[in-house]
Write a protein that binds this ligand. Structure first.
Ligand code: SF4
Length: 734
């Protein structure tokens, strides 16, 4: 850019769930620069390395510009009109031959709110199938079921402002320094200004551990036992906030030994069964710090140290977590257990006292959890509830009978159904499942079978476009208009700033065009120029109540977004606390109104081992995750030269002691073998993260080294979220 004459316009960052406010510099019809928006209360002018380079992701050389249709094994260019006609006719044909539940859509926590909303309206409301899922199932589902089982309502009660009040931050398996860098800098700032403490509780040491006051390592899956041991200590030392617990909590137990989702017969009901405080106390006797030390590898001293912060009435504590707790075969339980700690001590829903589940993607909250792009969900409520179906059908202007009352497939099951042939048509938007599905080879082979028709909307070629019959070029981020909802219930709007390349079109409008071709002109009445405003206005009707009201579009435009519930012209910063939340109505200081009796649940949840544990044949734990330079599968960030050069390929992190024993040096080729297959990666020793002994870590961003070919597709049987953090692996120097 020549500089000097840039037109700066505001938007939320397109990458992670922190949702930083950025200013995009536009010159001659091109987005050429990004800086942090100093007016944004989220990031106060800061950005991370991905945010600063985000506009470059729009201008990679191989950007998709024209629709492509597979003919005789080759992709040929076609017009958008013809591609959309073909998609609509294939959908009609598939529904006629195989029924409504043979067509599906698989979207993303990177969908904008209008994208997800029209997808849900078309598939659930008009076509009449609940075959709607999004990749947030792979990252946030356990957080959702954790909230629902403990409080009856989804999403954090607190907000980022908690950081400015907390005395201690306890990070549960959360490498915030790389995954939520700008938010982590706010923690560091509070340490500098006020002496706040940071405790990193994890299975490997990372950049977060080096920056923390203390790093405590635990063995994979044993966070369940440690959380129970902390509750044991709280009770033993009389740190329970008795009046809070008596007024606002119930104790319950649920099912145990529910399996790991590896078979199809895991159907069950996890109905809570009330227990007494005495029964709960007795259950915790199996979790004394001394007993848990043997299971977890965490010393009894360190368990007591962590418990002492939660127990100290003079300390405000924030617990923060993301994939370490959610991608877990007992993901719902570990979410419940951390809430237990905050509920027992009454450290919740007040500034600085906050169990805080962070989101990975920019709109996992906004588009997936709030719009409801999951098989069981509706924008307000669930498909199983007749009143909720009636409410949605009225706004969607469809007969209520259209919306089926039973959920169909969660994500792993959806790809199993595609493999079996129960699903014949799948439309994939804004996500790259042929890199991210666990036990990937099975699902890739399934998707390639005869008789499947797959549409992929994306901005670049990826391993997922490789399985497509039709590839639609999508408009990216500020090439179209939209909204995202971040981790702290903040909905942020962005305008269109530049033109998309070639025939690229927003994912929203692709769906609207197909809906019209399917005969739903009445429901998809939107005007091309004004459709985002029309869709958002319609969407707000689903949440028109004090517990979830969304701010009007004009308010979003004038501010750095707005938190819901937005009531009487004000956002709600702390839910369930009557001082801040107008939906509280029981006359008490706190009201957990998501539960019928207004009380949150303290759950009795035991420690159970992982689905696959190391043995003589596969003696190491395999853990996977992200790196700061790359966003998810790298389809955008690997096209940003500076990010690609600084992190060009994947690697396997080894513990230095293990590497020495196996005579592996930095850069040596190492073969990783699991029961699903093998992969060769260069070794990384003491470079960035350091796994504990007998553990390895591999990032998943590299499509040339697909670690998910060998991961396991086990999942939490309540949330159906896969566990990417634990399976058994063998390693050998090649
Ligand atoms: Fe974007 Fe997340 Fe970085 Fe903020 S922390 S600039 S939202 S990637």
């Amino acid at each position: 850019p020549k500089g000097g004459n840039l037109d700066w316009k505001k938007a939320p960052c397109r990458f992670c769930g922190v949702g930083c406010g950025v200013l995009v510099g536009v010159e001659n019809g091109k987005a050429v620069a990004v800086k942090g928006d100093p007016k944004s209360p989220v990031n106060k002018g800061l950005c991370c390395v991905k945010g600063y380079h985000s506009v470059m992701a729009m201008y990679g050389k191989d950007r998709l510009r024209k629709p492509l249709v597979k003919k005789n094994g080759r992709y040929v260019e076609t017009s958008m009109k013809e591609a959309l006609d073909l998609i609509a006719s294939k959908m009609k044909e598939t529904i006629k031959d195989h029924g409504k539940d043979s067509v599906s859509i698989y979207g993303s926590g990177q969908w904008t709110i209008p994208d997800g909303y029209v997808a849900s309206k078309l598939f659930k409301g008009c076509i009449g199938t609940n075959n709607v899922e999004a990749n947030a199932r792979l990252c946030m589902a356990s957080a959702v079921t954790g909230f629902l089982t403990s409080f009856g309502l989804d999403e954090p009660m607190g907000c980022y402002e908690d950081i400015d009040h907390a005395d201690v931050f306890i990070l549960w398996g959360n490498n915030m320094a790389e995954m939520h860098p700008v938010l982590f800098s706010r923690l560091l700032d509070q340490r500098l200004k006020r002496g706040a403490k940071i405790i990193d509780f994890a299975t490997r040491t990372t950049r977060t551990s080096t920056a923390a006051d203390k790093s405590i390592l635990f063995l994979p899956q044993t966070d369940l036992a440690v959380a129970n041991a902390i509750c044991y200590e709280i009770i033993k030392n009389n740190w329970v906030n008795t009046s809070f617990v008596e007024k606002h909590c119930n104790f319950s137990k649920g099912l145990t030994n529910m399996g790991y989702g590896l078979e199809d017969n895991y159907k069950f009901k996890d109905k809570p069964e009330k227990i007494s405080f005495e029964e709960y106390k007795k259950f915790l006797e199996d979790y004394t710090p001394e007993k848990v030390e043997k299971i977890s590898g965490v010393s009894a001293k360190d368990i007591k140290y962590m418990a002492s912060f939660y127990g100290d009435p003079n300390k405000k504590v924030m617990s923060l977590w993301c994939m370490g707790m959610n991608q877990h075969t007992r993901g719902t339980w570990i979410n419940n257990l951390v809430y237990n700690i905050h509920l027992l001590t009454g450290k919740i829903s007040t500034p600085g006292n906050s169990p805080f589940s962070l989101t990975g993607q920019p709109s996992a909250c906004g588009t997936v959890r709030e719009v409801g792009t999951l098989t069981h969900k509706l924008p307000h409520g669930v498909v199983m509830n007749k009143k909720h179906r009636e409410f949605a059908a009225k706004i969607w202007d469809v007969p209520v009978e259209n919306i089926p009352s039973k959920p169909t497939y969660h994500t792993v099951e959806m790809f199993r159904a595609l493999d079996r042939g129960d699903i014949r048509f799948m439309w994939i938007q804004v996500t790259n499942p042929m890199v991210t599905m666990p036990k990937l080879k099975r699902y890739r082979d399934g998707a390639k079978k005869e008789g499947r028709f797959i549409v992929v909307s994306d901005i670049y070629p990826t391993p997922t476009t490789d399985i497509a019959d039709v590839i639609l070029p999508s408009a990216m981020w500020v090439e179209r208009e939209g909204m995202y909802g971040n981790s702290e219930r903040r909905t942020q709007y962005f305008e269109q700033m530049v033109e998309p390349p070639g025939e690229a079109m927003s994912d929203t409008w692709q769906i609207v065009e197909v809906a019209k071709r399917l005969g739903y002109e009445k429901q998809f009445y939107y005007n091309e120029e004004t459709h985002v405003e029309e869709i958002y206005t319609e969407y707000r009707k689903h949440h028109d109540n004090k517990k979830h009201n969304m701010a009007p579009l004009q308010v979003l435009k004038e501010n750095s977004g707005m938190q819901w519930p937005y009531v009487d012209g004000k956002p709600t910063k702390w839910r369930f606390n009557s001082k801040y939340d107008p939906a509280c109505s029981n006359g008490e200081e706190f009201h957990f109104y998501g539960k019928p009796d207004g009380k949150a649940i303290i759950w009795q949840r035991p420690y159970e081992p992982a689905a696959e544990v190391p043995d003589a044949e596969y003696p190491y734990w395999l853990n996977t995750g992200r790196v700061v330079e790359h966003w998810h599968t790298g389809s955008m960030t690997r096209r940003i030269p500076v990010l690609h050069k600084s992190m060009p390929h994947a690697y396997v992190e080894l513990n230095p002691g293990d590497a020495k024993r196996l005579q592996i040096k930095n850069g040596d080729k190492v073969k990783l073998t699991t029961r699903r297959g093998e992969i060769v990666l260069p070794a990384s020793i003491n470079q960035r993260g350091v796994p504990a002994p007998m553990q390895v870590f591999v990032p998943f961003f590299d499509e040339n080294m697909l670690i998910n070919d060998i991961t396991l597709d086990s999942f939490c049987p309540i949330s159906k979220e896969p566990d990417y953090k634990k399976c058994a692996v063998n390693i050998q120097k090649v």
